[in-house]
Design a protein around this ligand. Sequence first.
Ligand code: LLP
Length: 419
Amino acid sequence: MRKFESMDGQMLIGGVKASEIVKKYGSPVYVTDEDAVRSNYRAVFNAFDRCMPTRINYACKANTNLAILRILQQEGSSIDAVSIGEVEACLRAGFTPDRILYTGVNVSTPELRAVASLNVPINIDSLSELRRLAMIDPHLPISFRVNPEVGAGHHEKVVTGARSTKFGIPRDRIVEAYAEAVQLGFRPMGLHCHIGAGVQVVEPFVKATEALVSIVQSLERDLGLHLDFVDIGGGIGIPYHPEDHAMDLDLLARSITSLIKEGTSVKRIVLEPGRYIIADTTVLLTTVVDIKETPDRTFAGVDAGFNTLVRPAFYGSFHHVAVANKFDLPGEATYDVVGPICESGDHLAKERRLPRLGEGDIICVYDAGAYGFSMASNYNMRPLPREVLVHKGTANLIREGQSMEDLLRDQRIPSRLMI
Ligand code: LLP
């Protein structure tokens, strides 16, 4: 968990007081520290690149804000995109098509055509997709996503590598898929898998790499096919809880790359971290609007709900919270931090010891950068919040909040209902 400084009891984010950000930009608001994005990118890139040539495809589903994409573009990152929308966003942020790898699942032919027309390499998820792409452009660079039959993750909903999931080409058909691709005129560049998200230990990554290595060996032996890269996917977890340990990146890098180097002729590893790069760079600031004492518990009602940050409600995820304007005070009372959404599942944090709260206090929800804004919704007709970037004491708006008009403008009432 990232450590934050304070000044006069006020939490500082990138050198700016959280309370000043709320005063200027309103509440709730997502706040990202630019230096943290850069240093996370460098940490993961360097850990792997020390072992073998490395390409990082930032999994932009975690956070597609254009300013954040631009920072990563400047750092030299490449992109894992899962939709034409993500591809368009990354092109707009300055990534060239060759720095994007499109990994869709259940990809429609119009979307396949759209991605191919932008010359973005495609990581193929099924034989159907391969055959449809062959009719569109058999010269496009491709790779394949295999189902490695190794799954892991912080919640069953995010385990993607297990045999029973919808993802990837089954292991027993993958060599056949490459043979067919070659016959169709493609020159496959790589092999990919993704085991799941929020994986805190090295072992499942090692197992998945073993599966990839054995497939690459078959491709080299049986088809004489030599790939440019092995892509181990994303999923590196982060310590959301103060007592969690961070992943040992050096151990992870050494364990995986040694298998690839020793077992294959592949010269480059690709990784697709989303959460690791962006989660702890961003906090959600939300204001206490109501305190309710009940016989069982005390609720701190805030202006952000699961429309703003869905992870606690959806996965039961833990996010650390602090009181940004009482940052140095000790915990005095136990609160459930809950939002304005009309469902009992609408909570951000449960049973937390916090300084005594009153209306107007600012709650800081940690580690909100990955899948925070990107999974936010308009449920209950609530507008999406602003996003702010802080950098060495200055703050910039990087996304305007929505207005009521934004929420209403696309709807139509048929004229016959207006009579
Ligand atoms: N590559 C592929 C093919 C993926 O499907 C994903 C995530 C990633 C990379 C990046 O995984 P990461 O490094 O961020 O863990 N909404 C969930 C996470 C869903 C992840 C989906 N796929 C959450 O809030 O935890």
